[in-house]
Design a protein around this ligand. Sequence first.
Ligand code: ADP
Ligand code: MG
Length: 697
Amino acid sequence: METVTDYFGSLVFDDRVMKARLSADVYQKLKVTIDEGKRLDLSVANAVAAAMKDWAIGKGATHFTHWFQPLTGITAEKHDSFISPAPDGRVIMDFSGKELIQGEPDASSFPSGGLRATFEARGYTAWDPTSYAFIKGHTLCIPTAFCAYSGEALDKKTPLLRSMEAVNRQAKRILKLFGTDVKCVRTSVGPEQEYFLIDRADYDKRSDLIYTGRTLFGAPAPKGQEMDDHYFGVIKPRVAAFMEELNRELWKLGILAKTEHNEVAPAQHELAPIYTTTNLATDHNQLTMEIMQKVAAKHGLVCLLHEKPFAGVNGSGKHNNWSLATDTGENLLSPGETPYENARFLLFLCAVIQAVDDYQDLLRISVATAGNDHRLGANEAPPAVISVFLGEELTAILDAIEQDVPYEGKEKVQLKLGVHVLPKFFRDTTDRNRTSPFAFTGNKFEFRMLGSSNSIACANIMLNAAVAESLKQFADILEPAENFEETLHRLIRDAIRAHKRIIFNGNGYDDKWIKEATEERGLLNYRTTPDAIPHLLDEKNVAMLTAHRVFTPAELASRCEIQLENYSKTVLIEARTMVQMAKREILPAAARFAADLASQALCKKQLSPALACAYETELTQKVSALTDEIAVRTQSLADEIALIEREPDYIAASAMIRDRLLSRMDDLRAAADETETLAGDTYWPFPTYGKLLFGVR
Ligand code: ADP
Ligand code: MG
């Protein structure tokens, strides 16, 4: 029998394959490109391309594609076959170094947020050798960055790579001061992915799921998640079969799928991989989401990645576990054994704390989507206010440093950084408390605000850039210091003093916290996407992101526009779907039900006026009144949609959606859901929550 170790990575052109299939010289040169970002010359690229092609053809591939991540948030690919005509009428299979390195998809239909109006119309894709090529179906996929000819990034990978480079640059400056010379510092990420699985047949009957990925109508089932019996529960056979195949497919692609379990809501599950370099983790997470959907289809299921597929039960998020490590494998967020390691740990810890405090808005923006607005602050996911959880012990250590007082741990110790070993502190067990948006969990930070369908690129771009900025500020102070230890001690103390307002170990769901956070601590609370996104262009944010060469001003302006437009488009599609479902399905069903009740009442009356028919009469009355209500609210929603569609300014449109459209959608839903609870089972035009959430066995 084939075991996991036999087929793990079998569809990846990884280091193993490169070593086996490339000459020693070509392999060496490629390695330098991968590790140090040196340019690859064409003769080497040709050799790599030929080896890649032969390997891929041997695995059944007929096509290749430059696989990229445009600003739609999903991945894009355009397939070209390897065939090339030979003079005698046959074909040969051909793939050149040029085709490997650069592609030119017709990119005119991808969102560019005005970039293409001002710059070149065409875009090109460029090979990212730091992420391995892989085979999907019959296609060799080459991970690429996607840019305009002017150099402006049109994708998520380019700024991510730039942000990783920014962290690398600044972290190396710091490490040098500690006497450590490393080749590079990389950020690592392990994203925990939540999702729902429902039956395909039920999905097909609901246009809300088909068009929007979430239910726009639906009364709660008698049972939700109140029994806590799904979380970590026994996995049902159909789901287990899905997970088994999913794992196999992911493993073949070298994706380190590790943990799987049932989540809190019925029909909700989670998959977590073992962490890896951020760039790779991002590619892998995009692939994971795609393959989840494909494998689900094979099992007669649909995988919902929407942040809030069902009202009344938890939605889905993604926890972004993040750390910094050297190429020698040292985790810079791990408390060490020696005074020096400890001081270094505290410095990096403070860099992250400062970064999160200074750029709360960018972190919030990085997770702002219409879907995620349903979760953040809804007592199922962290609030929209960002804070950092450190746990009691680490907080007490920072307090002691800040106030220059002895730390009252197991034994009393005065802390002198760079001289003393940190007292041993234990990983705070309350990190299981999921209410913190940004939690330190022993040797990594867990950013918990991401939505389940988000690309993790955005959050990591902002996190990396903000941390690079704190490290830069620290390095600027430390490099010229005459007394390194004194300066370091003061720097850490000052950083704690300046940024301790962001540290919060309590319950993030508590309303009192939101009040304290905003009123006493002055933390930001951008509740919705339209509240958050425009701040991308705040002067301090543009200054920082451009200084670290993560974005250009034009890229930022385009991204602001795209993200807000995306919000508006998403909600407008939802609203139109509601209008259509109400008009074509719900209203006719409600009217039919009321008419049937009325005619039954009439029949009884005709037979004998003495026959009781209060049930029919009263229900006819109730359902008829609700039907009118639904009709009125549908019209009001339709009118509002028309108004917003005519609004030319994208910022104004998004504000109208937030302030006027969403409440009309809620109103329509309330009337329809109430009708659903009254209507006979055979009348309701689409599967109910009960069927959707508990239907898969
Ligand atoms: P939990 O958060 O449930 O305690 P783990 O600590 O095992 O679970 O990790 C959750 C995720 O964090 C996994 O994807 C794991 O690979 C990842 N992870 C663990 N250590 C690190 C690290 N140093 N850097 C980044 N991610 C990490
Ligand atoms: Mg976790």
